[in-house]
Design a protein around this ligand. Sequence first.
Ligand code: FPP
Length: 248
Amino acid sequence: MTAATALSVRGDGGGGRAVPRHVAIIMDGNGRWAKARFLPRIAGHRQGAEAVRRTVRAAGEIGIEVLTLYAFSSENWRRPVEEVSDLMGLLRHFLKAEVAELVANGARLRVIGDLARLDADVRALIDEAIARTASGTRLTLVLALNYGAQDELVRAARALAEEARAGTLVPEAIDVEEIEARLDTAGLPPVDLLIRTSGEVRLSNFLLWQAAYAELMFVDTLWPDFDAAALAEAVTRFGARERRFGGL
Ligand code: FPP
């Protein structure tokens, strides 16, 4: 890639690659999907879990390397206790029932967020699913659980401060790479495409650092209706965008 194309690339990177390496999704609209059908909110979340399965499979087929899904935010604890419990129940089920499918799809699981607040049995299921999918090389599925970007940055800042206090890091050595190395997403590529479903136009504390140069896409589809075709359409639209990364 020449310097010129490096500064002004299409979604395909100028080299014919129209597929984003890292796609992140704010899965929104489960409640409205249920309400429109006079169903309880849990029914929407259940269909949302089905959409997760479809999307993970489609992401691998399209050639996306990393798919990050906002499954539970650090603010979602404010929901009624029954709904939090329902969401955790769906997560437990997913971690038990989907591991075989993840392995079959060559997917490896990773999580971001502050897991300390999750129940011990959920943490154990996460550890087990991560271990069982560790050899996956096609797709990295990142579940954001009790995740908030501000909280993630606070934890990274504290880690840096601790190292400075211990004398193992001088403040002058802190740069973009040193900060990235202490984020939950350390080692993952930056977000290329960030999708939010359900017509809401907000980032809601999701991957604020990692999405610095991401293409943002807000689609009206409610998350339970999201499918392979919707993902393919978003990827096609991404390929037509011109990415400048601050250049002209
Ligand atoms: C937003 O819809 C969605 C969530 C808060 C949780 C996302 C959870 C799932 C997709 C299901 C379980 C996930 C896994 C990984 C098994 P909302 O309830 O805010 O919808 P609304 O804005 O229409 O009320």
